[in-house]
Design a protein around this ligand. Sequence first.
Ligand code: NAD
Length: 323
Amino acid sequence: MAKVLVTGGAGYIGSHVVKLLGEKDYDVVVYDNLSTGTAKAVLYGQLVEGDILNLRDLKKAIDDFKPDAVMHFAAKIVVPESVKYPLLYYTNNVFGTLNVLEAMRCCGVNKFIFSSTAAVYGEPVEMSIVEETPFRPVNPYGKSKAMIEEVLKDFSAAEDFRYVSLRYFNVAGADPSCTIGETKKDATHLITMCVRTALGKREKLLVYGADYPTRNGSCIRDYIHVADLADAHVLSLEYLLKGERSDVFNCGYGRGYSVLEVVRTVRRVSGADFHVEYVNRRAGDPAVLISNPNKIKSELDWKPKYNDLDFIIKTAWEWEKRI
Ligand SMILES: NC(=O)c1ccc[n+]([C@@H]2O[C@H](COP(=O)([O-])OP(=O)(O)OC[C@H]3O[C@@H](n4cnc5c(N)ncnc54)[C@H](O)[C@@H]3O)[C@@H](O)[C@H]2O)c1
């Protein structure tokens, strides 16, 4: 079976992908500095503790393992933090990724899967976002990912290098086995914050803006179950291993739920009421962000299994009760 080096494989999404790779008998090495990830989440393969900012360590890990492909999850991911500390974000997400690419180039590894984000689209005018929707990132986090997408285009044009960039919408839920899930104490994603509030781990849930031009005034997002996203990664890997060309795919279900619909569903699924406080809108939060997932479905034959908000929330709730 092919060998895959996974940067950031001890984090929320990376650990789900590592689990799926392990179940499918891929040989895995995780390269992670454990800044937000945890060693316990790495259920398969070997964990090498290291930083993507350290080119020498990165080259050594790649040279020792000689992977067929690299999946790159390691990044800083909190939007407001990126506004406050832009250099931290550009250093980790741009410079760090350049290091990964340089280490791959030096070691002759030429297949790459990149964790991109819907944040590259910023505040799009379209209701349903396709891959050709122009980039208009509005914060350093989104800009750092958009910059790397430009680098990938140029690098793959210049060298024998192929990549798939996956633009995730709102990733949520936990592995259905509930052996792994979101562990970051300061996670800022809506469903995680809701279930933590329902469990009393947080005092209240803040809803940013109730006056958006949407069906109930709150923002609408496209929530994708993390296990379906993991599947998209393995399909992307198989696609590159077959020798296919570089490409970019949106990862979402193509339908949206408002913040208030999520809150209502968490209350129903958990059976717990919790305090919600309405505050002002945040800068840079578009009213609606919904992917058009037709391309990944037709080109990679991606068949999501968990397109069900109740199920997504149930797995997040079960996981959160355990930890
Ligand atoms: N969570 C989402 O909804 C979402 C949406 C769009 C895109 N993404 C992207 O998916 C990827 C994974 O996100 P996540 O939610 O799993 O985040 P996470 O913080 O749980 O995982 C990131 C992992 O990378 C590691 N890491 C960070 N900086 C590193 C460095 N300098 N060297 C080595 N390891 C480092 C962390 O320890 C952690 O294990 C990120 O690239 C993120 O931008 C996430």
